[in-house]
Every structure is written in C-alpha cells, then in structure tokens.
Ligand binder design. Structure first.
Ligand code: ADP
Ligand code: 5GP
Length: 227
C-alpha cells in the first residue's frame, strides 16, 4: 500500500571532541550494521596509538591532502585543531543508492558544508552531560597531550553553540541510553511521510473500497444489524 524511497539517508554526527560520538556510533552500528555504513574520513593528523590506516582514517600528509582537495576528492573538508579532515566522495552515492544509511562523524564546519550541498541530510549532535565530564573523558581517553586537550576544550565551547543548527541533540550521559536514542532517531526517520514515494491500493483494498461505496451493500449491512 505504501512504497517508500529506497535510497539511504545521509546522517551527520557531530560533538565536541571527547563527548563520545565514536563510542555512541559504534554502539549504533552494533545494533544494525547491514543497513548502515560509517564513512572513513581522511586526515593530515598523525595516527594515534592503535589507529589503522583505512580503518580509523586514511592518513595523508598535508601535501597529499592538499593535492586531493585540488582533485575534488572530498564531499567536504575542514581544518580542525591544526589539521585537515575530509570526507572522501567515494562510496557515498553508491551506498545511498543501495538503500544504506551513510553516517559521517564530522565536526561542525564540515557538517554545515554537507547540509548546504545536501539539505535533506539529518544532523545529530551528541552533547556531553557537562563540561566537567567532557574534560574527564578527554583525559581518560589518554590519546591527547595536555596542550591538545586544552585546545580541544576551547573549541568545544564554540561547537556547543552550534547545536541549534542540528535536527536532534542527544546527551551522552548513560552510554546505552544515548545509543538507544540515536538508534531510535534513525529508525523514526525511515517512517517520515516525505519518504513515501507512492500510496496505492492493492486488489483486495480496491474490492473493499468498491463494497463500501455500494449502496445496497451498505443498506444490507445496516438492516442486518437492526435484525
Ligand atoms: P569522541 O569520538 O566524541 O571524541 P570518544 O567516543 O572517543 O569521543 O569518547 C571519549 C572517551 O569517553 C572514551 O574514552 C570513551 O570510552 C568515553 N565515553 C564515551 N561515552 C561515555 C559514556 N556515556 N560514559 C562514560 N564514558 C564514555
Ligand atoms: P579526531 O582528531 O579526534 O579524530 O577528530 C577531530 C574532529 O574532526 C572530530 O570532531 C571529528 O568528528 C572530526 N572529523 C573527523 N573526520 C572528519 C571529516 O571527514 N570532516 C570533517 N569536517 N571533520 C572530521
């Protein structure tokens, strides 16, 4: 009776560094990794301990990254904390055409570029429960120097002010609850009326419709109720 759009949805997840966006998205993917795909970004920053090329990021030198910009390789790119970050265009259209939701975990400047290019994108902001918790998580992660943590913390102020440009905000206090909420948002988006491509009546419906319009049938059913 209802035919929905087959294409997947482009979903942007942003958050101040350390708020838990990678952790939340990992949980969301554990719930459904068939119909969702997380894009692997490119960056000019150095790999952190344990990060793998092609898995966590594509690691490029500054020069390589700038060459890729010239080649129009990116859907969007931005400078963040002194490094380049960008979303390769490759695979995105293909995944969306296959009906797979594409998740971009990107900062706010890149999110604004994608929203401008593709206004139907869905923007989700992951908020830390407090700034105190944010610092605790940044320190606890143990991947950044004190200087970097201070720099990222300052940037967090600016980022939090941008929340009103997003469609949804999810506070990441209890991890499982945050995962449930993002998962629910993605599911609810699939039910939006503007995803309907066509509404039609199949044969059975049409028959019932005809019967309901039939005067004699109506009279019969009413009188049978009286008897
Ligand atoms: P981001 O991707 O936003 O920079 P991460 O996902 O790397 O943040 O999370 C930062 C740190 O906080 C990690 O050590 C992670 O395990 C931890 N963390 C994430 N979410 C929660 C949560 N709800 N409660 C406690 N710790 C969390
Ligand atoms: P990190 O260095 O902590 O991995 O990432 C720093 C910031 O860059 C995070 O907010 C992360 O979401 C963002 N980021 C990662 N990949 C991209 C990307 O492809 N484009 C943009 N604009 N930001 C990205």
């Amino acid at each position: 009776m209802i035919k929905n759009k087959k294409s997947g949805q482009l979903i942007i997840v942003s958050a101040p560094s350390g708020a838990g966006k990678d952790t939340v998205v990992r949980g969301v993917m554990e719930k459904d990794n068939h119909n969702r795909w997380v894009s692997v970004s490119a960056t000019s920053r150095s790999p952190r301990k344990g990060e793998q090329n092609g898995v966590d990021y594509y690691f490029f030198s500054k020069e390589e990254f700038e060459q890729k910009i010239k080649e129009d390789y990116f859907l969007e790119y931005a400078e963040y904390a002194g490094n380049y970050y960008g979303t390769p265009k490759e695979f995105i259209k293909e995944k969306l055409d296959q009906g797979i939701d594409v998740i971009l975990i990107i900062e706010i400047q890149g999110a604004a570029i994608v929203k401008q290019k593709l206004p139907e994108s869905l923007l989700i902001f992951i908020m830390p429960p407090s700034l105190k918790t944010l610092v605790k998580r940044l320190k606890g992660r143990g991947t950044d120097s004190n200087d970097k943590i201070i720099e990222r913390f300052h940037t967090a102020y600016k980022e939090i002010n941008e929340v009103t440009k997003y469609n949804y905000v999810v506070v990441n206090d209890k991890l499982e609850e945050a995962i449930e909420k993002v998962d629910a948002i993605l599911k609810a988006e699939k039910c939006r009326v503007d995803r309907i491509e066509e509404v039609y009546l199949d044969t059975k419906e049409e028959e019932i419709h005809e019967l309901l319009l039939d005067k004699e049938f109506n009279n019969e059913s009413i009188s049978s109720k009286i008897d």
